[in-house]
Design a protein. Structure first.
Length: 436
């Protein structure tokens, strides 16, 4: 289905403004990774060589998010490379969050970084304001440096690893983010063990598939195939399971955690596994609003926050169309036994490789994973649900016991005649006061 085939959809409910993905430096970055899909987005803004969010745009953005957002709001800072804005920019962002926040409102900040600029000052700031950091580190040196180069073509692994160690040592909440490409897909165990040995307890693996711009009839050479990624997921699952202690995981793998939500009847935190998407928007450096990180394109531009409200763009007809697009499933999906665990995957993965003919590039990957992991995931889900029920029953018992204890320790109320003074001390007769 093409964009032109999309029906006009009227919004059926108001989506809350909970999460916003922000590109304060646009596509500007101090790395030149071969597989990066976002560097080319600089072409959308050809009149400036350097792209930076102004303080005015920053303040208006934060004001809207804090005013129109719910009790919990999340700011995701990405790029490009967001640390190129400098620490003071983010201090200003926190200042605006405090200025416009409501009493009791909870704010979360996430920062995705390549780590090149991380130093002691950054660590102190990130720890103080409890930023959750995602560090782009693809694994050991031979894997990371396969595609992740500086602008001068030099390897980046050693510097990024040092930044990871520094943040872990300084108590920064930091996760490892790994791009799975045609090379790294062969080293699942090595990648997992490398990050675990470094001290990362949270890992995220993102499969890479993009169109080859030199030959639009195929995917780029560094894209991971469905079979390769399927094997990778199975290997990661086995390594994750082998790492259990006392029957519980010692590492959080985002894909496994998200899929597990679907096994216990909960909504997964990962938008690629939802029935519809469009639950957040992207803010570019100049305030332009787009439907999704992977669709920062003119046809999915919703407006600009200096000329309208973010929450209205989130709930616009165009964004509703974008969200419904995901639910227009490829023909093989409706009868698939795993449908409710993936809902067709990410929309962009149906478009990046012409050989897929509109199907999700990673469809076979997911089938391989579920066939491999389903029995164990079901067992873990049953165990988790039983534990939840036991905890609920125990809490109910404690509440009943507390009520009984309070009732037993409370002396009976004295008998008072209707015409006697009310024992509450009001000075009125009982029949005119508490005896009514």
């Amino acid at each position: 289905m093409t964009v032109m085939d999309l029906p006009v959809i009227q919004p059926t409910r108001v989506k809350p403004l909970q999460s916003v993905l922000i590109k304060p430096t646009g596509a500007d970055c101090n790395l030149d990774c071969v597989y990066c899909f976002y560097l080319e987005k600089a072409e959308l803004y050809p009149n400036a060589k350097v792209h930076r969010m102004s303080v005015e745009v920053l303040e208006e953005m934060v004001r809207q998010i804090m005013n129109d957002g719910g009790q919990q709001v999340s700011f995701g800072w990405q790029g490009g490379e967001p640390t190129m804005m400098g620490v003071d920019f983010f201090r200003k962002a926190v200042e605006f969050q405090q200025k416009y926040g409501r009493r009791g409102q909870v704010v979360g900040n996430g920062l995705q970084t390549n780590g090149l600029l991380i130093n002691e000052e950054w660590c102190e700031f990130l720890r103080e304001y409890q930023f959750l950091v995602g560090l782009s580190l693809d694994g050991p040196e031979h894997i990371h440096d396969k595609y992740r180069f500086t602008k001068g073509g030099r390897p980046s692994w050693e510097r990024v690893r040092e930044s990871g160690r520094l943040m872990l040592d300084r108590g920064v909440a930091v996760n490892a983010l790994v791009v799975v490409n045609d090379y790294s897909c062969n080293y699942a165990d090595e990648i997992y063990d490398f990050h675990k040995d470094m001290g990362f307890e949270f890992m995220q693996f993102i499969p890479c598939v993009e169109l080859d711009h030199a030959d639009s009839s195929r995917a780029a050479s560094w894209s991971v195939s469905a079979e390769q990624y399927g094997r990778f997921l199975c290997d990661i699952f086995d390594r994750w399971k082998a790492d259990f202690r006392d029957g519980k995981p010692t590492t959080s793998v985002r894909w496994i955690d998200s899929v597990f939500h679907t096994y216990v009847g909960m909504q997964p935190p990962e938008c690629t596994l939802l029935q519809e998407c469009g639950c957040y928007v992207v803010v570019e450096h100049n305030g332009d609003i787009y439907s999704c990180d992977f669709f920062v394109e003119p046809e999915w531009k919703l407006g600009n926050l200096t000329e309208g409200r973010i929450i209205e763009m989130l709930n616009s007809e165009r964004q509703q169309e974008f969200g419904v697009w995901k639910s227009k499933l490829p023909p093989e999906c409706p009868e698939c036994q795993w449908l409710t665990h993936c809902w067709g995957g990410c929309t962009k993965d149906r478009l990046r490789d012409p050989h897929d003919r509109g199907s999700n590039h990673f469809c076979q990957s997911y089938i391989m994973f579920f066939e491999h992991a389903d029995a164990e995931l079901r067992r873990l889900a049953d165990e988790w649900l039983e534990n939840q029920q036991r905890e609920h029953d125990a809490a109910e018992r404690r509440l009943r016991e507390l009520r009984q204890s309070v009732s037993a320790s409370t002396p009976p109320a004295p008998e008072v005649g209707r015409n006697e003074p009310c024992p509450c001390g009001s000075g009125k007769k009982y029949k005119k006061c508490c005896g009514k």
